[in-house]
Design a protein around this ligand. Structure first.
Ligand code: ATR
Length: 277
């Protein structure tokens, strides 16, 4: 960004209208009195590279990347952080002053920060984690959980080969469990995470048996619409600590805002309200 320009940022996806990122970043821009703008941009895959090379010249300091571009963007970026390489996808681009595009992935840190803020007593080292799902979101969660020292991650996924591939890639702390046996993971788990889209508004419910859950298990869902999924409601009834998925969305936005605009924003009740508006 040249010094006297108003800083601009965007979220690029297709479709992108559902994204809550504009509300979150616009709220922080206002809170910090920064005269910038953050807009949604629906960009077709074939136009992605051209758009990304043009935006810096127009005063954009960076962009968030969402479906379907999160993997493809790694082929375009000039520099890639280790964590984005590990996850195999980027959600944040920083347009550097030297013209280079720097790709990062803040989903994993967003996941951990959400748990740290909303379950301060959570100890990732206390026992195994049980993960439902083996898609893109699971990759970010696995890399983050391994980094904070979870002793073992049990993964159950409808399509078993995807879970097997994660074991091959992430190593010996991964244990693959059959989808039909997913309920059995609950008994041993200190942390339970739903990374599938099951339970999301408009999607089928998550039907994994939860009777193995016990007090002391932390249960979190990446689904945030609705905020209280069946998984979270049932876990709460069984005395588990629960954390909803909205906080991950808010916390993954923090490092991006800080890099682009030079201020580290707070995730508080006003940020949640802005995202839900
Ligand atoms: P994301 O990037 O959000 O993780 P994804 O890569 O499409 O999206 O992964 C979606 C996850 O939800 C996968 O684990 C998927 O299971 P499959 O690998 O078997 O497709 C899971 N999922 C979606 N719909 C499902 C359903 N009806 N039953 C079970 N799992 C489902």
């Amino acid at each position: 960004m040249s010094e006297n320009r108003i800083p601009l940022a965007a979220v690029i996806g297709s479709p992108v209208a559902h994204s809550k990122s504009p509300q979150i970043h616009s709220h922080w821009l206002k809170t910090h009195g920064i005269p910038g703008y953050y807009i949604p941009m629906d960009v077709a895959p074939d136009d992605l590279e051209h758009v990304l090379r043009t935006l810096p010249k127009m005063g954009f300091v960076g962009v968030n990347i969402t479906v379907p571009h999160k993997e493809k963007v790694l082929e375009i970026a000039d520099l890639i952080t280790d964590r984005a390489t590990l996850i195999g996808a980027a959600n944040t681009l920083i347009f550097r002053k030297d013209g280079k595009i720097h790709a990062d992935n803040t989903d994993g840190v967003g996941f951990i920060q959400n748990l740290r803020q909303n379950a301060p007593n959570w100890n990732p080292k206390a026992g195994p984690a049980a993960l439902l799902g083996a898609g893109g979101a699971a990759r970010a969660v696995i890399s983050a959980l391994l980094e904070v020292g979870v002793p073992e991650i049990m993964i159950a996924n409808r399509t078993r080969v995807r879970a097997d591939a994660l074991k091959t890639e992430f190593g010996k702390r991964i244990v693959v469990v059959d989808w039909v046996q997913a309920g059995n993971m609950m008994e041993d788990a200190a942390t339970v995470v739903n990374t599938t889209s099951l339970g999301m508004m408009g999607k089928p419910p998550l039907r994994v048996p939860l009777d193995g859950l016990h007090k002391g298990t932390l249960v979190t869902d990446l689904v945030y619409a609705p905020l209280k999924t069946r998984l979270l409601a049932e876990a709460e009834e069984m005395g588990c600590q629960t954390v909803d998925g909205l906080g991950m969305l808010l916390h993954q936005a923090v490092p991006a805002f800080e890099r682009w605009f030079g201020v580290r924003p707070q995730v508080d009740s006003a940020t949640r309200a802005a995202a839900l508006r």
